[in-house]
Design a protein around this ligand. Sequence first.
Ligand code: QAP
Ligand code: CO
Length: 168
Amino acid sequence: MAMLEILEFPDPRLRTKAEPVVLVDNAIRKTVEDMLETMYEANGIGLAATQVNVHKRIIVIDVSEERSEPMVFINPNITVLDEEPDSYDEGCLSVPGFYETVERPKGIRVEALDKDGQSFVIEPEGLLAVCLQHEVDHLNGKLFVDYISPMKRNRIRKKLEKQHRAQA
Ligand code: QAP
Ligand code: CO
């Protein structure tokens, strides 16, 4: 396994629309393992391939308390079952140190492939439903900061740009 570098806002590569996985082979499974290692190492609950500069439709999530329930979603497809908005204080490994309240539909159904290429369907609620919508947004080049006011977003962008300059 390998730790991958996580792109940070406002990196333009985070705006790339990811391509569907055509075949779930060993190379894809290796990417999944590297993404899981990267997510756990960074103390995240979810990571989309876009965030590690791999532009394929792959998501890993673990919302368990024990960090012992890795979930893999390849080519995820979301349908909204309950439009009723639910708000949650979201963060993102690509926007480190910042949290903002975002509203999203409460009830969804997700159809995806697992790491063996088998299709499955879930109807998540709560944090898992929020996290899945957040991660599928990444695959479409969208970030949670796109839902907040331009003024707040610019403030976050400036602070992160300053940190990136200091690191360079
Ligand atoms: C997406 O985000 C998410 O700022 C996953 O310093 C988050 O794993 C969905 C993280 C909240 C729903 C609710 C963020 C770690 C992790 C940070 C994450 C940080 C360290 C974010
Ligand atoms: Co994120």
